[in-house]
Ligand binder design. Structure first.
Ligand code: FCB
Length: 467
C-alpha cells in the first residue's frame, strides 16, 4: 500500500559545515575544535581531516543544482562559527557571511527552503582555549554570534535552529573524548550540558530580537530511545539513569524549566549543580517554534556490577572513558537485528517511539525529523553507478514509522535525510558513507546513488511506495 504524507510536508536533506565545506583556511576562517582534533594523531580514523571535505565551499552551486534535481524542498546546513567570527568574539568577517548569503540565495533561487543550524559542533578553538562549553562565557559568546548571523541572513532565512545534538557536544566532547575537544572528565560534561542549554536560551533570545516575527526558532536534539535488557529493578534503574543523562538533561530545562531531581541525585558525588544560576532556567525554557529530532538507532542497557564490567558498546566509538558521569555502571548491549556499517541496529520502531514521546512532552510544538539515515559500504559498479538497496530499505522503513506516528497524532512536519552527500563522518573520517549522493573523493565527482533517485520520487509525490 502506498502511504501519503500530508500536503506541505517538508522533504529535505541535511549536512554540517565541518563535514562538507573544506576551505578550512580560506577567507579568514580560523581553526575550530574539530580542526585541532582531526589534526591530532590518533583521534580520527586514517588521520582524515575536514580540510577539503567534499569541497562544498567551492562547489555549492553544483550541489544546489543536485538538490534541485532531487526535488528537495529544504536543505539543512550549518554555519561554521570560526568562518564568520574567527576568534569567537568581536566583529564578524564579511567574506564568511558572504559565503552563506550566496548559498542561501542559490537555494532560494531554486525554490529550496534554507534551514540554518548555528552550531554543529565546531567551536572556535579560541573559545575552547578559554575553557570551552564547561565555561559560562561560551554561552554568552554564542548569543553574540547568533545575533551576528541573524543580522546578516535574517531577511532571507526563516527556519533557524540553535544547536545540533548538544548531547554529543557535552558528553562525547568532554566525557568519553571521542569527539572534539577530546576531554575525558566527569564534571565538565555536566557543566557543558548546562551551558549548551543556556546558549540555546540566550541564542534564541538574540534570534528573536533580530529576526522578523515569521521566523521559526528551533533546536535539534538526538534523544535516545533507551530500552532495558530485562525488567529487573536494577536494569530499569539503568534505563532511568541513561534516560536522565541522554534526554531529560535537555528536555527538562527546555520544556519544563527544571533539571530532573533524579539526575541531580545521580550526579551528587560530582556536583551540586551550583553552576546553574538564578534566572538561567527561565531563559532556557524559551518557547520553541519547532523541535528537531535526530534518530538513528535505539540503546539497550542493563546494570553492571562495576565500572570495568560496563561494556562501552554504546555506539559512539571506542573510549575507556564513560560519557555517562555518575552512571558509569551501566552496560550497553547490541540490540538484535540487522545493522548498518556503523554497527547500529536498524529499528524504525525507535523513531515512532520518539515522535510519540516528544508529542506528549512538547504539546503544541511541531516536530521535524532533522536527521535520519544510514551508512553502508557503497561502491560504484563497472558502469560507475552506485546501487544502495539497503539504504532504500532503511529510509522506507523509517518513513513508514514516521507516517504511522502522524496517523497516531504526532504533529510531524518534515523529514531531513542524513545526508545529502557522503562526507567527513567525525571520528570515522571518510570511511563511513551516509550520503544519498556518492562522492568519489579523489575527483570530488558527485554520483547520485539509487536511493537518491528513490528519495527524489518520494519528495516529488509526497508518497511512500509500498516496501
Ligand atoms: C549525527 C550527527 C551528524 C552525523 C550523523 C551520522 O549524530 O549530527 O553530523 O554525523 O550523526
Amino acid at each position: 500500500m502506498t502511504l501519503s504524507f500530508p500536503p506541505g510536508f517538508l522533504w529535505g536533506a541535511a549536512s554540517a559545515a565541518y563535514q562538507v565545506e573544506g576551505a578550512a583556511q580560506e577567507d579568514g576562517r580560523t581553526p575550530s575544535i574539530w580542526d585541532t582534533f582531526s589534526h591530532t594523531p590518533g583521534k580520527v580514523l586514517a588521520g582524515d581531516t575536514g580540510d577539503v571535505a567534499v569541497d562544498h565551499y567551492h562547489r555549492f552551486r553544483e550541489d544546489v543544482r543536485l538538490m534541485s534535481e532531487l526535488n528537495l524542498g529544504a536543505y539543512r546546513f550549518s554555519v561554521s562559527w570560526s568562518r564568520v567570527q574567527p576568534t569567537g568574539r568581536g566583529p564578524a568577517v564579511q567574506r564568511g557571511l558572504d559565503f552563506y548569503r550566496a548559498l542561501v540565495d542559490e537555494l532560494l533561487g531554486a525554490g529550496i527552503q534554507p534551514v540554518l543550524t548555528l552550531y554543529h559542533w565546531d567551536l572556535p578553538q579560541e573559545l575552547e582555549n578559554a575553557g570551552g562549553w564547561p565555561e559560562r562565557e561560551t554561552a554568552e559568546r554564542f548569543a553574540e554570534y547568533a545575533g551576528i548571523v541573524a543580522g546578516a541572513l535574517g531577511d532571507r532565512v526563516e527556519f533557524w535552529t540553535t544547536l545540533n545534538e548538544p548531547w554529543c557536544s557535552a558528553f562525547l566532547g568532554y566525557g568519553s573524548g571521542v569527539h572534539a575537544p577530546g576531554r575525558t572528565e566527569r564534571l565538565a560534561p555536566l557543566r557543558a550540558a548546562h551551558h549548551l542549554n543556556l546558549a540555546h536560551g540566550l541564542g534564541a533570545q538574540a534570534l528573536r530580537a533580530a529576526l522578523p516575527a515569521r521566523a521559526q526558532v528551533a533546536i535539534s536534539l538526538n534523544p535516545a530511545v533507551v530500552r532495558p535488557l530485562t525488567d529487573k529493578p536494577e536494569d530499569l534503574d539503568a534505563q532511568r539513569r541513561i534516560d536522565a543523562l541522554a534526554n531529560r538533561v535537555f528536555s527538562g530545562p527546555l520544556l519544563r524549566g527544571a533539571y530532573p531531581s533524579d539526575l541531580i541525585r545521580d550526579t551528587a558525588s560530582i556536583t551540586d549543580w551550583s553552576f546553574v544560576r538564578d534566572g538561567d532556567l527561565a531563559v532556557i525554557k524559551h518557547p520553541l517554534d519547532a523541535l528537531g529530532i535526530n534518530y538513528y538507532t535505539p540503546s539497550l542497557v542493563s546494570a553492571a556490577d562495576d565500572e570495568e564490567s560496563a561494556a562501552r558498546n554504546d555506539g559512539h566509538g571506542d573510549s575507556s572513558h564513560s560519557p555517562w558521569p555518575g552512571s558509569e555502571r551501566v552496560s550497553f548491549h547490541q540490540t538484535p537485528g540487522e545493522r548498518t556499517e556503523m554497527g547500529w541496529t536498524i529499528d524504525p520502531s525507535g523513531l515512532h517511539d520518539l515522535l510519540m514521546r516528544y508529542s506528549r512532552e512538547a504539546p503544541g510544538v511541531p516536530l521535524y525529523i532533522t536527521e535520519n539515515g544510514a551508512a553502508f559500504d557503497d561502491k560504484p559498479d563497472a558502469e560507475g553507478a552506485v546501487h544502495d538497496p539497503q539504504r532504500i530499505d532503511y529510509l522506507q522503513a523509517h518513513l513508514a514509522a514516521a507516517h504511522q506516528a502522524i496517523a497516531d497524532g504526532a504533529d510531524l512536519r518534515g523529514y531531513f535525510l542524513w545526508s545529502l552527500m557522503d562526507n567527513f563522518e567525525w571520528a570515522y573520517g571518510y570511511s563511513k558513507r551516509f550520503g544519498a549522493v556518492y562522492i568519489d573523493y579523489p575527483t570530488q565527482a558527485r554520483v547520485p546513488k539509487s536511493s537518491a533517485h528513490w528519495y527524489a520520487r518520494v519528495a516529488r509525490t509526497g508518497e511512500l511506495p509500498a516496501a
